[in-house]
Design a protein around this ligand. Structure first.
Ligand code: PGA
Length: 253
């Protein structure tokens, strides 16, 4: 198994001082840690402080969103060039909370994907079904639609890496359990869809498929032990440095 990929999505959950303090603690704990690849995605307003706290550590800096244009009259938006200037290497794209609360569409997600890949950023593309969609057997169709629309007209060069995060919407922040076999099966469906879209070698060497939704220090080991789960996207359990450190240790065992 490759090193598990562990991505923290801090959402809008931490006060500014708490974000830089948490980053300092994690940076200290993981300055030489090599058994997992860790990325922290703070909110935009904390990116500078968290970035400088992580400078001397192996932890990478991510953003929770981006805009698809680099300059222009786009009030409130954040460019990829701007993110890069703070040392951001990864960008979460299409998180279900943005799709729900900000009405982000598949077409917008696709524009962000194209812009992020063109800038050699690593997109963390989020896809996932609602409970109702799962209950009515639409899950695979929804995932394939979101994935294919997000990837429309994209091409991965040798420099590109892509992370697809499968996050069942009903699992996010719920603390519910989901069967590991179901996750493994779904990751295989996602991988097959990627094989249909891209050359096999690109899928095998440049794309990771990770799972998100109520991941915690207790369930992470079983998740990353699944053959098709390359890592995890963690919300709630990533905001406390002690809990997140124990999650990283458990995943990397
Ligand atoms: P959660 O969030 O770990 O709190 O469920 C995951 C996410 O939304 O990325």
């Amino acid at each position: 198994m490759n090193k598990p990929l562990i991505i923290a999505n801090w959402k809008m959950s931490l006060a500014p001082n708490d974000a830089s303090l948490a980053a300092k603690k994690l940076s200290k704990a993981f300055s030489k840690f090599g058994a997992a690849s860790v990325v922290i995605c703070p909110s935009f307003t904390d990116i500078a402080a968290v970035g400088s706290a992580l400078e001397k550590s192996a932890i990478l800096l991510g953003a929770q969103d981006c805009f698809w244009e680099d300059y222009g009259p786009y009030t409130g938006e954040i460019s990829i060039a701007g993110l890069r200037s703070y040392g951001v290497s990864h960008i979460i794209i299409g998180h279900s909370e943005r799709r729900e609360h900000l009405h982000e569409t598949d077409a917008m997600v696709n524009k962000k994907m194209l812009a992020a890949l063109a800038a050699d950023m690593v997109p963390i593309l989020c896809i996932g079904e609602t409970f109702e969609e799962r209950r009515t057997n639409q899950k695979e169709h929804i995932l394939q639609r979101e994935l294919m629309n997000a990837m429309h007209a994209t091409w991965l060069t040798k420099a590109n890496q892509l992370i697809v995060a499968y996050e069942p919407i009903w699992m996010i922040g719920s603390g519910q359990d989901i069967n590991d076999d179901e996750i493994e099966h779904t990751h295989r469906v996602i991988k097959q869809t990627l094989y249909d879209l891209l050359p096999d070698t690109v899928v095998d060497t440049q794309i990771a498929i990770i799972y998100g939704g109520s991941v915690n220090p207790e369930n992470v080991r079983a998740l990353v032990s699944q053959p098709s789960v390359d890592g995890v996207l963690v919300g709630g359990a990533s905001t406390d440095p002690i809990v997140f450190s124990s999650l990283i240790h458990a995943a990397a065992k």
